[in-house]
Design a protein around this ligand. Sequence first.
Ligand code: MN3
Length: 224
Amino acid sequence: MNHSYPFVNTPLPYSYDALMPYIDELTMHLHHDRHLQAYIDNLNALLKANPCIQYLSLEELLSNPCRLPVQLRVPVRNQAGGVYNHRFFFDGMEKPEHSSVDECLMGAINRQFGDFHGFQTRFREAALSVFGSGYAWLVLDCGRLRITVTSNQDTPLAYGQHPLLNLDVWEHAYYLKHYNLRAAYVEDWFRVVNWRRVSRRFHVGLRCLNTSCQTPFDAMGHMI
Ligand code: MN3
């Protein structure tokens, strides 16, 4: 996976039809090959025109927006966010019911949401609450699991949170198969979550907490 300029669109980690019957092949083609590609092209064009931030990784571009030049904050959030959010979303899925939740993560889910059903209920509510376009997220926030939402291509990285799982609820993610029925799409998506990947992200997040791996930036966006 390439993490800095120039970005390229890497292949999906599974075939376009791997998520069927829950997410259809045409949606995956359009979503990955056109929507994500457009964000990559736009981000590369933005960075080409602004060499002062070319050396920043995707995560660094998004983690500390107030350290970016003011005029670049919104376009970076939109384009880098579009790349990050889509890669994270695609990597967070796999063929149906292929993996289960790691014991350690399940313990944290039970502590925070009562049980797995409680987590799903809260996550579903969050996904349905997004007005217009955006994402529902499970994040680590100060060491605790939290469900949150972001609008458009904003990311939890901007708020110091460690993302574990995201659900794209832009209509392009589901309209061809589920029409306007976002709730049906959310139920289908639950069947293709890559829980092994989520568990790995969870353990990385816990490690980061213990070692304070946040990277601060100076006024020009340079790491210090
Ligand atoms: Mn999308």
